[in-house]
Design a protein around this ligand. Structure first.
Ligand SMILES: Nc1ncnc2c1ncn2[C@@H]1O[C@H](COP(=O)(O)OP(=O)(O)OP(=O)(O)O)[C@@H](O)[C@H]1O
Ligand SMILES: [Mg+2]
Length: 306
């Protein structure tokens, strides 16, 4: 059968329109048996990410990104550092279309984000997992339900509203929890987890989307040093195991050094460093920050007596 149904993005190539999982609601009266179609993982493969001469000016005139040129290859693990206000969050938001670039071009897998239609942005975001500093969980529901919310982009809304998650989605959610080591917490309310466990739920929720890109905006800023390292370790392992392109905004330079491979430095909305973490020394960080590096820029080990 020919792929059909979702013509969300006219700019997709023919080989990007594969679908899996068509079917009907089991047990429904015949008259209800509307077919549904869920886009498969190859539907919108986000391969190379390319920023070309991208500027973002917010209303009010703040220029948060200035003429950014950047290419991120499929499967890379990239850490972005820069002072508060340097434009790190804006870069991630522009990439998933939450903030419109005022100039230039951003492509994900060859598909243009700047000026994309609402349907195109939906298709794009289905392929991009987001991880937040404050976790953004629904505290009063179970860990499993929180993770299943990552499937919302792929499951018709009415199914999730009535709690009818397909069995293979539940299976995927349990696998994602296993990958971050908290499968035994599946039926615990999210509110009852530690911060590090909550962030792992956030990662699992992003994983069940089966994204090709993960964006993490300061994912460990609310965590202690030990937990921060565990969560960064999870992100890096997932990147290596699953080949998901991962971009992490980090505040702490020691973590950037420990976990990064490619480092991007932003200063005042401009790209001021792009290179291998192995080539980064304190002088590099001073150049990116425009000042000396202090204790506040390091997460530390967590076992200082002070
Ligand atoms: N919605 C907005 N409206 C207006 N200006 C904004 C908005 N969001 C961010 N800015 C401004 O754009 C600039 C870049 O902000 P951005 O949040 O991208 O920086 P950041 O590097 O993520 O900083 P932080 O480390 O504090 O999170 C800052 O000057 C900020 O004040
Ligand atoms: Mg930010």
């Amino acid at each position: 059968m020919q792929p059909h149904g979702n013509s969300a993005s006219p700019s997709l190539r023919a080989d990007q329109t594969q679908f899996y999982d068509t079917g009907v609601l089991p047990g429904a009266p015949v008259s209800w048996r509307l077919p549904y179609v869920i886009p498969g993982p190859d539907y919108y493969p986000a391969r190379v990410i390319r920023f070309e001469d991208v500027s973002v000016t917010y209303r009010g005139g703040v220029q948060a990104l200035r003429g950014l040129d950047l290419t991120i290859e499929d499967g890379e693990f990239v850490v972005i550092v820069g002072l508060s206000g340097a434009g790190k969050s804006t870069l991630l938001r522009a990439l998933n279309g939450l903030v419109p670039a005022t100039d230039g071009s951003i492509t994900v897998g060859g598909v243009e984000v700047v000026g994309a239609s609402a349907a195109e942005l939906r298709a794009l975001r289905a392929q991009i997992g987001m991880i937040f500093q404050t976790f953004n969980l629904v505290n009063r529901t179970s860990v499993l339900n929180n993770v299943l919310m990552g499937r919302l982009g792929s499951v018709p809304a009415w199914r999730s509203t009535i709690g009818l998650w397909p069995a293979d989605d539940r299976e995927r959610a349990m696998q994602a929890l296993e990958r971050v080591g908290i499968v035994e917490k599946a039926y615990v309310r999210a509110a009852n987890l530690s911060g590090g466990q909550q962030q792992r739920v956030g990662i699992a929720r992003a994983l069940v989307q089966e994204p090709s890109v993960m964006l993490a905006d300061e994912p460990v800023a609310s965590l202690d040093p030990v937990t921060s390292r565990q969560v960064m370790g999870d992100l890096r392992r997932i990147n290596r195991d699953l080949g998901i392109t991962t971009i992490v905004n980090l505040h702490y330079l020691d973590l950037a050094r420990e976990f990064g491979s490619r480092l991007i430095g932003l200063r005042d909305g401009e790209l001021v460093f792009d290179g291998n973490i192995a080539d980064v020394d304190d002088d590099t960080f001073m150049e990116i920050y425009g000042r000396a590096i202090g204790d506040d820029d390091l997460v530390g080990t967590g076992d200082d007596p002070t």
